[in-house]
Design a protein around this ligand. Structure first.
Ligand code: DC
Length: 213
């Protein structure tokens, strides 16, 4: 028997899926897990301990120790942690360990919202609602750039754009669980859509699925 209603949200970096996921979780009173933070936490633990980022056995051991309750977005948001996270995210042993923890989280009642790259395809393939949130690389780079400038730091748009493209290649090109929409995912392109409009569209899909549940 299903005790949890699962909403799976996937998409590339800076597409707006984090903001959307938080709004949805708050609206429905569901638990939210940004699964990117689990990969970031492993990367940070390795960096802090001076351990290599290319040793799968070491990275797996670290992944098995990650506590979901201790994930702190403000600490893990740093750029170099994201870069390191996308490197260890290609390792099957790391993914196995983190996916097991993510599935456990997904089972929490009354419902959960998980966002990442492989939620609808691998972590929760039976989720009754799957969203694939995307936007053009240019729009995503612009948002990331504005965020950095808004935070008072300096940034170069071309460098941010190159970075978004590099991250896409790594996320979409890896052999294990590459980023791609599940066959039954609803596509939400936020290139020319406000976050409010995306939220409304998502709520319509979720309300319809909840009625069927
Ligand atoms: O969404 P983010 O930038 O916090 O993710 C950091 C890295 O983690 C990203 O490059 C890809 C990886 N990731 C993943 O492989 N699978 C997920 N479900 C979430 C993130």
């Amino acid at each position: 028997m299903t005790t949890s209603f699962i909403i799976a949200i996937d998409g590339p970096a800076a597409a707006g899926k984090g903001t959307l996921s938080r709004l949805i979780a708050a609206h429905y009173g569901f638990h939210h897990l940004d699964t990117g933070l689990t990969y970031r936490a492993v990367a940070k633990a390795l960096l802090d301990a001076g351990l290599p980022l290319d040793d799968e056995t070491v990275a797996e051991r670290t992944s098995l120790d990650i506590e979901l309750a201790g994930l702190d977005r403000s600490v893990l948001a740093q750029h170099q942690i994201g870069e390191a996270a996308s490197k260890i995210a290609v390792m099957p042993a790391v993914r196995r360990a983190l996916v097991a923890a993510q599935r456990k989280f997904a089972a929490r009642a009354p419902g959960t919202v998980l966002d990442g790259r492989d939620i609808g395809t691998v972590v929760c393939p039976d989720a009754p609602v799957k969203l694939y949130v995307t936007a053009s690389p240019d729009v995503r780079a612009r948002r990331r750039y504005d965020e950095i400038i808004g935070g008072g730091a300096a940034a170069d748009f071309d460098a941010v754009f190159a970075d978004v493209k590099k991250r896409d290649e790594r996320d979409m090109g890896r052999a294990d669980s590459p980023l791609k929409p599940a066959d039954d995912a609803h596509l939400l392109d936020t290139s020319e859509m406000s976050i409010d409009a995306a939220f409304q569209a998502a709520c319509e899909l979720i309300d319809a699925a909840l009625k069927k549940d």
